[in-house]
Design a protein around this ligand. Structure first.
Ligand code: UDX
Ligand code: UDX
Length: 463
């Protein structure tokens, strides 16, 4: 079967870039990305490519090439569903904030709404592709909704989890380590799998496209994120041991990473992992394990989150202790707010939690981040509900000049590993600060010895 018309529901960090690349690589397929958020769609359609709703290096070029040719962004959801022969569901699946599974299970309300909408609108056979990360066996629920509420048309359900990382999304999409496609192992299921394989085959080598049954594909996505997050928590756990024993976590990471069985990636100690996926997906895995009565399995994975929360608290506590246990009224400059470099995404960023803890001590925080807006920072803090919105904007302000953030500060905390921080004029920064001038490097990106020569008192994670 040859796919001619694709619809993707959800124009977010996953749906937007993924569809842009599929459209760029398949000029003969019409790709329509829909979203209920009209402002987001307007931003995707903005003439000025700097105003795309998400920042990803290289994305502007891909959008410029395909948009208006075979890539379209619209809020006309029904029309796009009706016209499509393949529909990707790429809506968000946040952790539930209410009811059974609160704080752990994935909230599938948007997924179900999508399934019901597809069932209502579809008048011809469709392949429905789960792009969102979902609990294992969700395809069963989607299938049941489609078949029981549809207009008698045939649906095939595929699982095609996305492994792109933010900040490198375009590069990851252009040359993925693998594309994973799960589907029913029936004649129709295998045909649907092949239809999606054909879409990716225009640019991904055949040996990098894996096909499996539905449940393996769904579970592999959760497992991949759990393993990656576990590595970060493992090295972060060791970072504290390094600090008390005189070992250097970077040296340990290099030493173990040379072992080809361990490998060098994802061994960078940090103030804690953030992002929309790691915590949500592990909590979800823990919840699934518990719901099958596998308590030891659940406890094992939950420890990854416990360690990560501890690492964020430990970093904030270190700042408080070092500044003589009193930071009330002291200016603390934050360099970085995004959960990692090269993205404007702040979801679950460690910076939010560190700021919150310091604000409880009435510190005055001034943040500089090259891509995150002041409005976004306030909204991240307000979401925590720790204090009033007025209080949040009183204790935390945002500036667009890093030097202004650091001027007259008692301390600087590096929360995101933006490259530009490495090349600042640190002597000039030192001269403008209150003394003693402290630097807390939560990302291990600055040259500790060089800063100490200038006169800074430096704390770097794992050293
Ligand atoms: C989301 C999920 O968080 C993740 O689990 C999954 O792997 C991929 O999809 P992301 O793209 O980062 O990741 O989410 P987000 O940026 O929030 O985008 C989702 C979009 O879906 C939003 O723009 C939202 O407006 C839209 N949406 C949501 C709909 O169009 N319809 C809905 O019913 C719900
Ligand atoms: C992750 C997965 O990598 C990706 O495959 C999946 O599709 C979505 O979730 P993402 O969250 O975008 O991607 O970024 P990632 O690069 O994995 O980083 C996650 C967090 O871990 C960031 O806060 C990052 O700073 C932190 N991290 C990562 C470390 O602290 N140390 C490391 O060595 C690596």
């Amino acid at each position: 079967m040859k796919i001619k018309n694709i619809c993707c529901i959800g124009a977010g960090y996953v749906g937007g870039p993924t569809m842009a690349v599929i459209a760029q690589k398949n000029p003969d397929i019409k790709v329509t990305v829909v979203d209920i958020n009209a402002a987001r769609i307007a931003a995707w359609n903005d003439e000025n490519l700097e105003k795309l709703p998400i920042y990803e290096p290289g994305l502007d070029k891909v959008v410029a090439e395909a948009r208006g040719r075979n890539l379209f962004f619209t809020t006309e959801v029904d029309a796009a569903i009706e016209a499509a022969d393949m529909i990707f569901i790429s809506v968000n699946t946040p952790t539930k904030t209410y009811g059974q599974g609160k704080g752990m299970a994935a909230d599938l309300k948007f997924i179900e709404l999508c399934a019901r909408q597809i069932a209502r609108v579809a008048k011809t056979d469709k392949i429905v592709v789960e792009k969102s990360t979902l609990p294992v066996r969700t395809a069963q629920a989607i299938k049941s909704i489609l078949h029981n509420t549809g207009n008698g048309v045939q649906f095939q359900i595929l699982s095609n989890p996305e492994f792109l990382a933010e900040g490198t999304a375009v590069q990851d999409l252009m040359a993925p380590d693998r594309v994973l496609i799960g589907g029913e192992q029936t004649k129709e299921g295998l045909e649907a799998i092949q239809a999606l394989v054909n879409v990716y085959s225009t640019w991904v080598p055949a040996e990098n496209i894996l096909t499996t049954n539905l449940w393996s594909s769904e579970l592999s996505k959760l497992t991949a994120n759990a393993f990656l997050a576990q590595r970060v928590s493992s090295i972060n756990a060791l970072s504290e041991l390094c600090e008390v024993t005189g070992a250097d976590v970077n040296e340990v990471a290099i030493a173990i990473g040379k072992d080809s069985r361990i490998g060098p990636k994802f061994l960078k100690a940090s103030v804690g992992f953030g992002g929309s996926c790691f915590q949500k997906d592990i909590l979800n895995l823990v919840y699934i394990a518990k719901s099958y009565g596998l308590h030891e399995v659940a406890d094992y994975w939950e420890q990854v989150i416990i360690m990560n929360d501890y690492q964020k608290r430990r970093f904030a506590s270190k700042i408080i202790q070092t500044l003589y246990n009193t930071i009330s009224g002291k200016k603390i400059a934050f360099l970085g707010w995004a959960f990692k470099k090269d993205t404007n995404d702040t979801r679950e960023s460690a910076a939010i939690y560190v700021a919150d803890q310091l604000m409880e001590e009435q510190a005055s925080i001034v943040v500089y981040d090259p891509k995150v807006t002041a409005q976004q920072m306030q909204s991240d803090l307000n979401y925590l509900n720790t204090r009033s919105e007025d209080s949040n904007s009183h204790y935390l302000t945002t500036v667009s000049d890093p030097h202004e953030a650091c001027k007259d500060a008692h301390a600087i905390a590096v929360l995101t590993e933006w490259d530009e921080f490495k090349t600042y004029d640190w002597q000039k920064t030192y001269d403008a600060m209150k003394k003693p001038a402290f630097v807390f490097d939560g990302r291990g990106i600055l040259d500790k010895e060089e800063l100490e020569t200038i006169g800074f008192q430096v704390y770097a994670i794992g050293k």
